[in-house]
Each structure stands twice: as structure tokens, then as C-alpha cells.
Ligand binder design. Sequence first.
Ligand code: MG
Length: 462
Amino acid sequence: MKRSKSGGRLFGTNGARGVVGVDMTPELVFSIGAAFGSMRRGKIAVGRDTRTSGEMLLHALKAGLLSTGCDIVDCGVLPTPALQFLVRGEFTGGAMITASHNPPEYNGIKVIDADGTEMGDNETAALERLVRSGEFAIQSWDGTGKETAEPDSVGRYTDAIVARFPGSPGKGMLVAIDTGSGPACRTTPEILRRIGCRVLTVNGTMDGTFPGRQPEPSEQGLAALSALVVGSGADFGIAHDGDADRAVFLDENGRYVEENAELALVARYICRRRKGAIVTPVSTSRLVGMIAEEEGCGVVYTKVGSINVARKMLALIREGKDVVFGGEGNGGLIYPEFQFCRDGGMTAAMMVAILAEEKKKLSAIVASLPRRFMIKGKISAPAGHAVLAALSREFARDTIDRLDGVKIIRGESWALIRESGTEPLVRIVVESPDQEQAASFYKEVTAAVQGSLERKGSRKKR
Ligand code: MG
């Protein structure tokens, strides 16, 4: 059986993904289903996004789960956060056939725990071992599971979001939505209509070939949405990724709102109502910390990855701390009062509430945020961990944070250097309140990385 073309790890930070028919086959998905069923038993909710290979892989997943005696509830085509919402409380787990933002030829699986979060690292490693060993708890003829369907999977999710925004905050607002031919076609337009908005859509029909744009809602891919916003005079535009756990925005001029600014705007709205911690990865703009502090809240940093953010939020709450909000600077925002996963539908509704409160244009609200300048790059580095160790020594005069990679903090500026998990390279992000300062800091860090690589190279030659 083909497992992973590279022979490497099956599960990355957001589940297992691969090209359908090459890395991602029905045999593999059956094994993941049988392994997950062996671990969790009980009742499992399953669903999928709109990809053309979704039906095939969902059948394989169901067969795996049923063979181990699990009962399954098919929730159909729905956003990942909608499935996560349904799982919490009622199921021993969930599994979503999706490749999120990857191109149409990809598919994959996100495994969800009983609390609605994506499965954590240790459990995922155990699941992966079980897939590789093939030692599943397969049941005999009288022990296999039963399948039922949840007829209103999407309705329960949309109802729950709408209930959080009473009083039609969207009254008088026109919103343009690019649902990207994904499962958000079933949710976001309805949510926004029900909280009072008038809604226009582009790529609004579910289609797994993604004829209008790629599932990644990149600035370049949103030209049609931008034209719709400008042409219709919409108050803002919104676009989702392929499974609608992320949401990104365009202002009323059709211009892309940088995702850290989005995170900061939502943080400010929430921190004005509740005090506590915001949880976000070390790669997030300092902007978010500045906004949180202004409103009397604090920031707790985590390793990069939404699952790390969600699990940290849960851990802090278990310790009795107040946690008001979490998220990454990529449009993936987590609302702990609702659920502990990234939620594109909630984020869409949240932007309506923000505009209703501020009574200003979105471009003006974004312009009111402190300015920050970010530079991102990458350098080919075969042994990234040695480079990171050298950098910690070289920048010892600055504050060094080793939570994830090396973060060099110098006054209001910072640089983050991390090893790539999949390629032999290090990624560099530098941020500063001043453009020139950002450029010179970036140059300094890049030179240090290259210097360390050259020293290692010349030592090898000797
Ligand atoms: Mg996604």
C-alpha cells in the first residue's frame, strides 16, 4: 500500500494530505479510518469539503470506521468548523475529508477529538503508528458499526453563530462573499443574511474543480471578488479557504486587508468587552500585542500552528486563567466562547459586528491601527538546527526566545528564524515599526545565517 511518497510522516500540522491517487488513496484513508476507530470506538461524525475525490475517500473512511465497530453519522458537505461544532459533546471523535487550501488535485483528512479540537501531536503519532502497523480492532459480522445521516448538520452550526449576533448588526450593509466553490457556499451567505446584511456572491456554487479560483484565498486569486466589491459598492468583501476555517477580507476599495491587521481588529473588538489573554504564535505581528495591551489584555505566545494555539487556550482555561481570543496571522481565528478551532463563519459575522460598532469604512479602521513593516524570506540550509544555535550565540546581546526556532527581540522590532518542517531551508520573518529599520534588521539576520552556513561549510572541507 502506498502510504507517503516520501516515506516520511503521514500527518503534518493540519492532518494528512497528498495528491489523490498518488499519496492519498482510498486504501490509506481506509487504514486511517480503521486506526482511528480502533483508538476511539463509540460514535464518530464524518464529513467532507467539495473536492471531486471527496465522495470516494469518504466511503473509504466510513468503511474503515465501521469495520472497527464504530457507529458513524454522515454530516455531508460542510465547513471543517461546522463538523467540529457538531462533534463537541455528542461524539467520541470526528473526521473530515479535506485538503483545506491545497490545489484541487489534493485531498486529505483532519482528525478531530471529542472536544472538537484537531487531534494533538502525541495522539496523532499514536494514530500514525497504528496505521503503519495495520493492527486494527476489526470486528466480526455481528460487531460492525451502523451508519446514519445528520440531515441538518449545517443548520445547527449557522443557527449557533446567528444567535451570537442579535439585533441585526448587518442592517444596511452590503457584503460581497467569495465562497471559493467550497462548503462555505452553504453557510457564510446565510449567516450574514440572517444577521441583517444584503449579500452578493462570487464562486458561490459548490464545485470541486474550483473553476473560479484556487482554494487558497490569496490576494492575487481574489481579483473577481475585488471587482465585485468595487462594482457593487459593497462595504467589504470576504473570502474563505477550501474548508472555511479561515476568512480573509477586502476593504470597500477592494484592497486586501493584511491578516495580522484582521487579527488585531477582531482582538480589539473582543478585548473591549472581556479582559484576559490572547493566544497567538510567535510569528504573529507585534501589532496584536500592542492592541491587546491598549485594551488592558495580555498576549501568550505559542509555537506556530493553530492546534498549538487551541491547545494552549484550553490549558490556560484549565489553570483558571481568562482567555478571550486566539488565532494566527493567516485568517484563522479562534473564539473560545464558541469553540476551540479556527472558524471562518464566526470571523465573517465578527467583521459585520466590528463595522456596525465603529461606524466607519473598513479602510479607515485598518488605517487607524499602528503601522508595522514585515519582511519574509527563506534561505537554503541543510542543517537548520545548527544555524539556529549559532544565531542564539551571535545575537546574545538581544533578547532571545527559543519557543519555536529563534526569535530575536530588539526593542519594538523582532526577527524569527525557523527551520522548515518539510524542506531543507530556514524561514526568516522580520518586523519593525519602521520600514528602513525592518530592511536593515533583515539584512543583518540574513548575513548572520549565511555566515554561519559558510563557516560550517569551510569546517567540513578541512
Ligand atoms: Mg483550512
